[in-house]
Write a protein that binds this ligand. Structure first.
Ligand code: M6R
Length: 612
């Protein structure tokens, strides 16, 4: 969603800001802008559209304020209130032009504030909720920027990550957060602020993550932190360990392609040091509970959204099957509002690549408030969910830039399988079964490599169906979540209407939609229930729908009579989702490429969904 960058230092601010915004592009946006302060005046350049157009506009703006400034703020906007126009793009200025601000989040009481400002003769010009905040700060300003910011923030309801500057006090940036992440990178003689670490890592590894209601005041003398009531607070400086190369495309045409091919390595990173082949269990120290605690768990509730929820579904099946513990997956957005029944022996696992998804975060807070044991499975180190859960397992997938999640999913499933193994070994799973399962988890990178090696063949299948405007993915058991995930991938990046269905469910309605131009991707791997899915695929074929059969190696005969075949290495049911999903990722990718879609930044989508 929206992205923030701020800079204070000795280098040319406009360049650092635009470069930072480029690194945040993957989050999804539809307009962008920068404001620079120099020699007592503020210059703003905004543009609806892509960062490369903004970069051009900035370099065409040859004013001294733009070219000489050593401090400024920038923003990528994902439109919520008002269309993506120049007027609605950030940074926003107050009516006098003396204050500039960038804002992530939503100001829920903006209409009331706007009315109050209007009664004082201050008219907002944009359609956004954000603008009222900078107008309010300006209205409340007496002689100290942080005083005005803290006073204004106490009047608003909603979420914010902001950076504010004013030409009344050049040489000062005020930063604050509530509900929208802000990271402050502390470089040598410079400070870089961003809503996400990827804009900071090229400059420094030392970072401070703001917590809710924190304010930071950045001047030449350094950074001071306080809360909204202006009482000092101190936050640890942490070292960010992502390498900058991981956030570059390299030789690949798209981040998504690169990230799919990184999966053998990212899974290796996710499982490294976490499997005990002697005891046949997993060592997940971040979960911070002993075998005895694990044995007390009454129920596991997995919460997440989108792809993360699909990974949670695989975990649900594995925990129930292997550990014999009641497990459920819940749409995180639903969890918070339906007043779920929680007991102190319930383990709530929040899965989130970004660690910032608003619905998942809200579910975490609800679960904590209700007294559950709460753990996070996050990829982004230091993200809000990781910090608020305080206990959990990092995915170690590395930065995932493509909006369509790929390597995060396979790492999430790998970690969920290790979690299932850990709980299972405290219950009914014998040691030798544990050892065997741990060995299968260890083989995941190889299994994925064998699927990636079929890239060309999968591309040929994709090209054959690239013109279809509808598609169905069917599977059952452990492959049902994979069918959902396959359909999600296809619709996200290719804009093909795709549905994931339980194979048995198709004939309860959706089968009415099948026709010659509607391919059905049938997950027919060798797992329990395969024969029934085979029957369902035959039903599709009988309605003239072309069937792409995804089968296990050695069982190619199951594809007989169908139109195309993708072969997955044979493996146990709980392991099968990982190599199978990789084939579906490649299929979606090549369909999207053949349709000429913008794969890394699909329309309307944001990488991290920080609003409800
Ligand atoms: O960062 P999160 O894992 O919490 O994000 C959840 C979903 O927004 C995300 O998985 C989304 O569905 C992806 N775009 C899927 O590719």
């Amino acid at each position: 969603m929206c992205g923030i960058v701020g800079y204070f230092g000795k280098r040319k601010a406009s360049e650092i800001l635009v470069d930072g915004l480029r690194r945040l592009e993957y989050r999804g946006y539809d307009s962008a802008g920068v404001a620079c302060l120099h020699d007592g005046s503020i210059a703003v350049v905004k543009n609806p559209g892509k960062i490369k157009e903004l970069r051009q506009k900035v370099s065409d703006t040859a004013t001294l304020t733009m070219t000489e400034s050593r401090m400024g703020i920038g923003h990528t906007r994902w439109a919520t209130h008002g269309p993506p126009t120049e007027k609605n793009a950030h940074p926003h200025l107050d009516a006098s032009g003396h204050f500039a601000m960038v804002h992530n989040g939503i100001i829920e009481n903006y209409k009331d504030i706007r009315k109050g400002l209007a009664s004082e003769g201050i008219e907002c010009i944009s359609d956004t909720d954000s603008e009222v905040l900078v107008q309010l700060i300006s209205f409340l300003y007496k002689d100290n920027l942080e005083d005005a910011v803290s006073e204004a923030l106490q009047k608003i309801k909603g979420t914010y990550g902001i950076v504010v500057m004013s030409d009344h006090e050049p040489g000062k940036l005020v930063v604050a957060r509530c509900g929208s992440p802000i990271v402050i990178g502390l470089g040598k003689n410079e400070t870089v602020i961003a809503s996400d670490a990827s804009a900071i890592i090229p400059h420094t590894r030392d970072a401070v993550y703001l917590e809710d209601y924190d304010m930071a005041v950045i001047t030449e003398d350094g950074m001071e932190m306080c809360n909204l009531q202006r009482a000092p607070v101190s936050r640890e400086v942490t070292e960010m360990d992502w390498d900058t190369g991981a956030a570059e495309k390299g030789e690949y045409e798209h981040f998504m392609l690169k990230e799919m091919f990184e999966q053998p390595q990212s899974i290796r990173n996710a499982i490294r040091g976490r499997l005990d082949y002697d005891m046949g269990t997993a060592v997940l120290s971040g979960l911070d509970f002993s075998a005895r605690d694990a044995a007390q768990i009454n129920r596991v509730l997995v919460v997440g959204c989108g792809t993360s929820m699909h990974a949670g579904m695989v975990g649900e099946y594995a925990i129930e099957e292997m550990a014999g513990v009641n497990a459920e997956v819940e749409q995180a957005a639903e969890f918070r509002y339906r007043n779920p029944l929680i007991t102190p022996n319930d383990l709530v696992v929040a899965i989130s690549q970004s660690g910032e998804t608003a619905d998942t975060l809200a579910a975490v807070r609800e679960a904590k408030q209700k007294g559950a044991i709460v753990a996070g499975l996050c990829n982004v180190v230091g993200s809000t969910i990781a910090r608020e859960t305080g206990r959990g397992v990092y995915l170690h997938a590395g930065p995932e830039i493509g909006v369509a999640s790929t390597k995060a999913f396979t790492c999430q499933v790998s970690v969920m399988l290790m979690m299932a193994l850990k709980i299972a070994r405290t219950r009914r799973m014998p040691r030798h079964d544990g050892i065997e399962f741990a060995r299968w988890i260890q083989k995941l990178p190889d299994l994925v490599e064998r699927v990636l090696a079929q890239n060309k063949a999968i591309k040929a299948v994709a090209q054959k169906y690239a013109k279809a405007d509808n598609a169905f993915f069917i599977g059952r058991g452990y492959l049902f979540p994979v069918a959902l995930e396959g359909a999600l991938k296809l619709k996200e990046i290719s804009y093909v209407h795709a549905e994931g269905y339980h194979a048995a469910e198709l004939k309860h309605g959706p089968i009415a939609l099948l026709e010659e131009c509607t391919p059905v991707i049938a997950l027919l791997n060798n797992i329990p229930g395969k024969d029934k899915t085979l029957g369902n695929a035959e039903e599709c074929k009988a309605r003239k729908a072309p069937v792409i059969a995804v089968v296990s190696e050695g069982d190619e005969g199951s594809a007989d009579g169908f139109d195309d075949m993708i072969v997955i290495p044979d493996c146990p049911p709980a392991i099968a989702p990982v190599p199978t999903v990789v084939a579906l990722q490649l299929l979606s990718y090549h369909i999207a490429a053949a349709r000429g879609c913008e794969i890394d930044q699909p329309r309307n989508l944001a990488k991290s969904v920080t609003v409800e």
